[in-house]
Write a protein that binds this ligand. Sequence first.
Ligand SMILES: Nc1ncnc2c1ncn2[C@@H]1O[C@H](COP(=O)(O)OP(=O)(O)O)[C@@H](O)[C@H]1O
Ligand SMILES: O=C(O)C1=C[C@@H](OP(=O)(O)O)[C@@H](O)[C@H](O)C1
Ligand SMILES: [Mg+2]
Length: 180
Amino acid sequence: MAPVCVLVGAPGAGKTTVGELLAAALGVGFRDTDADIEGLAGKPIPDIFIDEGEAHFRDLERAAVAAALVSFDGVLALGGGAVLADETRGLLARHTVVHLSVGLPDAIRRVGLGVGRPLLAINPRATLKYLMDQRRPLYAEVAAHTVETDGRTPEEVAGDVLAALGRPVAGVDGTGGSTT
Ligand SMILES: Nc1ncnc2c1ncn2[C@@H]1O[C@H](COP(=O)(O)OP(=O)(O)O)[C@@H](O)[C@H]1O
Ligand SMILES: O=C(O)C1=C[C@@H](OP(=O)(O)O)[C@@H](O)[C@H](O)C1
Ligand SMILES: [Mg+2]
C-alpha cells in the first residue's frame, strides 16, 4: 500500500487545503501527518512544542510519516518540516512526491500571524524566510514534480497537480479535463 501522492512544501504552500481537494477529485481518502501527530500525542501541535519541545515533535513526525507511507493509499500531506529528517527523505524516494512551491509574500499572506504554527509564533516573516531558504533544496531533492502556487487558487493548484500526475479530472479548477 502506498499513497497516490505525497505533498511537501513550506508552511502556507497549501498542502492541507489542496490535498483535500485532490483527494475529493480522485475519490480517495485524505490524510495529514500533522493530524496523525496530534492524535498520537493527544494534544494540538503548539502544545507539543511547548510541553516537550521541537525535537520530540520531530520524533513523532518521523514515526507518523513512516507509518502513513506504508498504511495509507490516498493523498498524504506532510508538515513543512518533515523533509528535514534524513530517514523521511530516504523513505520518500520510493513515493510520488509533489512539491507545492510558494514564494515568501504569498506564504506570509496565507499563514498570517502563524497561529497554530509554533515555529512562526515569533517574527513570522523572518522565520518563514529562514525556513524556506533552508528547506528549498530538500523539497527539490524528494519531489518528482513541482507545482507553483503563487497567485493560484487552491482549485487551480489541485488541477495543476492532477495534470502533473497525468490524471486530469474535470471540475477541480473549472477548466474541464478528461476522466477517460
Ligand atoms: N493557493 C492558495 N491561494 C490562497 N490561499 C490559499 C491557497 N492555498 C492555501 N491557502 C490558504 O492558506 C492557508 C494555509 O493553507 P494550508 O493548506 O494550511 O497550508 P500548509 O498545509 O501547506 O501549511 C489556509 O488559510 C488556506 O485556506
Ligand atoms: O514547518 C514546520 O516545521 C511545521 C509546519 C507545520 O505544518 P504545515 O507546513 O502544514 O503548516 C507543522 O508540521 C508544524 O507546525 C511544524
Ligand atoms: Mg498543513
